[in-house]
Design a binder for this molecule. Structure first.
Ligand SMILES: Nc1ncnc2c1ncn2[C@@H]1O[C@H](COP(=O)(O)OP(=O)(O)O)[C@@H](O)[C@H]1O
Ligand SMILES: O=C(CO)[C@@H](O)[C@@H](O)COP(=O)(O)O
Length: 558
C-alpha cells in the first residue's frame, strides 16, 4: 500500500465523462479532466447513415465512453501531478438505464458492420423516451396480473427502464434482439471494459431492472407482454449482481494501457451518477434527501423502513447504501429545459450582451430574472419538456407556459422555468411525506448549484433550508469513495463518506415572505399539474400522439 494512497473516480454524464484523482485519507480532489463525447446525444440523425430518428429517440455511441478512459484519466493524473503507482482503486458511475445491446464478450452490436446502420443496435440513452407504448403495456399487464413488484415503483414503471426499452427492441428490431446476448447497463459495461468481467450492479438492477427480493418479473408476466419475450430475463438479462462498494474485479492490462493506471488495482462495482453522490455529500442517513441537479434532477434518499410512495421511481434494498432502503424520484428535464430555452427561444441581442460581457446566456438571463419580484412575470410553467418522471410517470406529457402576454420577455419565461422545476421538486417531497417517508434535510448537488438564484428559489419554494455539497464534482467524488471501499481502505460507505465527503450545511435559508408568495404560485402550479397531468384534460397526450403520427408519415415518405 502506498504511503498516501489515491483513487480515481470516473463520472459518465449525459454529454461528457469526467475523471477525478482523489486522496483517500481526506477526499481532497487533486486533479480533474473532462472529455466531451464526440457524438454527444444522437437524437436527430444516426451518424453512420444520416437516417432521421423519430421523436423521443436518444442514442449514444459506446466508443465515446472508451475515449474517456483513454483521455480523461491520464489528463486527470497529469493535472494532479500524481504518480499512477499511488492509485489503489478506480470507481465509476454512469447515467442510469443507458442500455447497450451486446454480444457474449461485451461487443456493442453497433460496432458489428452488419448492424452499424441500425439505430436499435446503438446505446439507448436514459432519456430515450420512445418506448412509452411498451411501458404503458408493461404497467397495464402488471396491474392486471397483480405483480408484487409494481408498488415498489410507485405503481408505474418508466419508459426509460430496462424492460420497456428491451421490449421496444424486441418488437421493432427482432434481428438485433436475436443477435444480442446481454442487455447491459452502460454502468456495468464500462466496468466490464476496465476489468474484463461482467457484473451487474445492485443499484440499476433494482431501480431500472425490476430486481426485487432476489427475483425479476417471471416468465408468465413476460409472456403476457409478448409471447416471444418470455425468455428475456433468462436469456438476455440475468447475471450475477454485485453490491455497491464491492470489488467488481482488477484493472486489466488493456485498461491499464488505456488509462496509465497500474494493472491489478481494485475496480468497484458500477454505480449511478445520482445514487453515488449521496456519500459524497455525507447524506447517507434516513431523511437526508439529495437532489442531484444537472440536465435532469434525481432525488435520492435512504429510509430505514419500506414504504410505498405513489409515483416514485423506486425503492430498492441497498440501492444507495447497503443495509438501508434507497428511495429515488426524479425530474427528467431540469437543466435540459433551461438549455433548450437558451438555445432556441432567446433573441440575438441577448447573445450579443452575453458575448460582450463574457458571460453565458444562462448568466445573463439569471441576472435579469433576479431583478423580478416573485410572480411579477405573471407566469406559471409546467416542467414537462422531457416528460414527467415523478410523480405522474408519464413521458407523453410536455411543457406548458401559462400567462404569456405581449409584454412577456425571455427573462420572465426563464424565471418561470426555474420556478417550475422547483415546484416539481416540492411535489415530490410532499408525495414522499404523505406516504410516511419524511424528508428532514434537502441537500443539493450537481452542476446547477452554481446558479445562486435557482438555489434560493428552491429554498423558498420548498420552505426547507438548503445544504450544498462541498464538491463541484459530486458523482466523481462519490465514485472515488466507492473505489476506496472496494480497495479496502474503509470498511463501509458510512466511514468512507465521513472521511472523504463534504457538505456546506444550511447554505440557503428560505425567506419567509418569499415562501408565502411561492405558496400561492405553487397552488396555481398544482392546479395546472392536475388538470393536464391527472386527466382533467388529455390535450397533451393528444398532441404527443399527433406529433408521433406525423413523424411516422414523414419518415415513410423519405
Ligand atoms: N448558469 C446556469 N443556470 C441554469 N442552468 C444552467 C446554467 N449553466 C448550464 N446550465 C444547464 O445545466 C445543464 C448541465 O448541467 P451539468 O450538471 O453540467 O450536466 P450533467 O447533468 O450532464 O452532469 C445543461 O442542461 C445546461 O443547460
Ligand atoms: O436516471 C438517472 C438516475 O436514476 C440519471 O442517471 C439520469 O437522470 C441522468 O442524470 P444527469 O442528468 O446526467 O445527471
Amino acid at each position: 500500500m502506498p504511503a498516501d494512497p489515491l483513487v480515481v473516480g470516473l463520472d459518465f454524464g449525459t454529454l461528457s465523462g469526467r475523471a477525478v484523482v482523489v486522496r483517500v485519507r481526506d477526499g481532497a480532489e487533486l486533479g480533474t479532466a473532462v472529455t466531451e463525447y464526440r457524438h454527444g446525444v444522437v437524437d436527430d440523425r444516426l451518424p453512420a447513415t444520416a437516417e432521421e430518428l423519430p421523436p423521443g429517440w436518444a442514442l449514444q455511441v459506446p466508443s465515446d465512453y472508451v475515449d474517456v478512459l483513454r483521455t480523461a484519466v491520464p489528463a486527470a493524473l497529469a493535472d494532479a501531478g500524481a504518480d499512477p503507482r499511488d492509485v489503489i482503486g478506480i470507481g465509476t458511475d454512469f447515467t442510469a438505464c443507458t442500455m447497450i445491446p451486446a454480444t457474449a464478450d461485451g461487443t456493442p452490436l453497433s460496432e458489428l458492420p452488419e448492424f452499424a446502420g441500425n439505430p436499435h443496435a446503438y446505446v439507448k440513452l436514459w432519456r430515450h423516451h420512445a418506448a412509452q407504448p411498451q411501458a404503458d403495456r408493461i404497467n397495464a399487464a402488471a396491474r392486471e396480473l397483480g405483480e408484487p413488484w409494481l408498488p415498489r415503483y410507485g405503481g408505474l414503471i418508466s419508459s426509460e427502464w430496462e424492460f420497456a426499452k428491451a421490449l421496444q427492441l424486441f418488437e421493432e428490431a427482432p434481428e438485433v434482439y436475436r443477435a444480442m446476448r446481454h442487455w447491459v447497463e452502460a454502468a456495468d459495461w464500462i466496468v466490464w471494459q476496465l476489468t474484463g468481467t461482467y457484473v451487474r450492479n445492485a443499484c440499476t438492477a433494482g431501480y431500472k431492472g425490476i430486481h426485487q427480493d432476489g427475483r425479476y418479473p417471471g416468465r408468465e408476466f413476460l409472456r403476457a407482454l409478448n409471447p416471444g419475450f418470455e425468455s428475456f430475463v433468462d436469456e438476455k438479462l440475468d447475471h450475477p449482481i454485485g453490491q455497491l462498494g464491492s470489488l467488481a474485479g482488477k484493472l486489466s492490462t488493456q485498461a491499464a494501457a488505456w488509462t496509465g493506471l497500474p494493472a491489478g488495482i481494485a475496480v468497484a462495482v458500477g454505480n449511478v451518477d445520482a445514487h453515488v453522490t449521496a456519500p459524497a455529500a455525507q447524506a447517507v442517513e434516513p431523511g437526508q434527501m439529495v437532489a442531484i441537479m444537472g440536465t435532469s434532477t434525481c432525488h435520492v434518499m435512504n429510509g430505514a423502513d419500506l414504504r410505498e410512495v405513489p409515483g416514485m421511481c423506486g425503492v430498492v434494498d441497498g440501492g444507495i447504501v447497503p443495509g438501508l432502503w434507497g428511495y429515488e424520484a426524479g425530474q427528467s428535464g431540469v437543466g435540459d429545459i433551461f438549455g433548450w430555452f437558451v438555445e432556441h427561444c432567446v433573441p440575438a441581442s441577448y447573445s450579443d450582451t452575453a458575448r460582450a460581457e463574457g458571460l453565458s446566456l444562462h448568466e445573463v438571463l439569471t441576472r435579469l430574472a433576479e431583478q423580478q419580484e416573485i410572480g411579477e412575470h405573471g407566469l406559471v410553467a409546467l416542467d414537462w419538456h422531457s416528460g414527467n418522471r415523478s410523480v405522474l410517470v408519464d413521458h407523453e406529457l410536455s411543457g406548458v407556459i401559462a400567462g404569456q402576454t405581449l409584454s412577456t420577455r425571455p427573462e420572465h419565461v426563464y424565471r418561470a422555468l426555474l420556478e417550475a422545476t422547483a415546484f416539481g421538486t416540492r411535489k415530490i417531497i410532499e408525495t414522499f411525506e404523505a406516504a410516511g417517508v419524511p424528508v428532514t434535510e434537502l441537500i443539493v448537488a450537481g452542476g446547477l448549484t452554481k446558479n445562486q438564484l435557482l438555489m434560493q428559489i428552491y429554498a423558498d419554494v420548498t420552505g426547507l433550508p438548503l445544504s450544498v455539497i462541498g464538491s463541484a464534482q459530486g458523482p466523481a467524488l462519490g465514485s472515488a469513495i466507492h473505489a476506496a471501499i472496494a480497495a479496502g481502505a474503509y470498511p463501509d460507505v458510512r466511514a468512507a463518506a465521513a472521511a472523504m465527503g463534504s457538505v456546506q450545511r444550511m447554505a440557503y435559508q428560505p425567506v419567509l415572505s418569499n415562501v408565502s408568495a411561492y405558496d400561492e404560485l405553487y397552488a396555481e402550479y398544482t392546479a395546472l399539474h392536475d388538470y393536464f397531468g391527472r386527466g382533467g384534460n388529455d390535450v397533451l397526450h393528444r398532441l404527443a400522439a399527433r406529433r408521433r403520427e406525423l413523424a411516422t408519415v414523414a419518415k415513410g415518405q423519405n
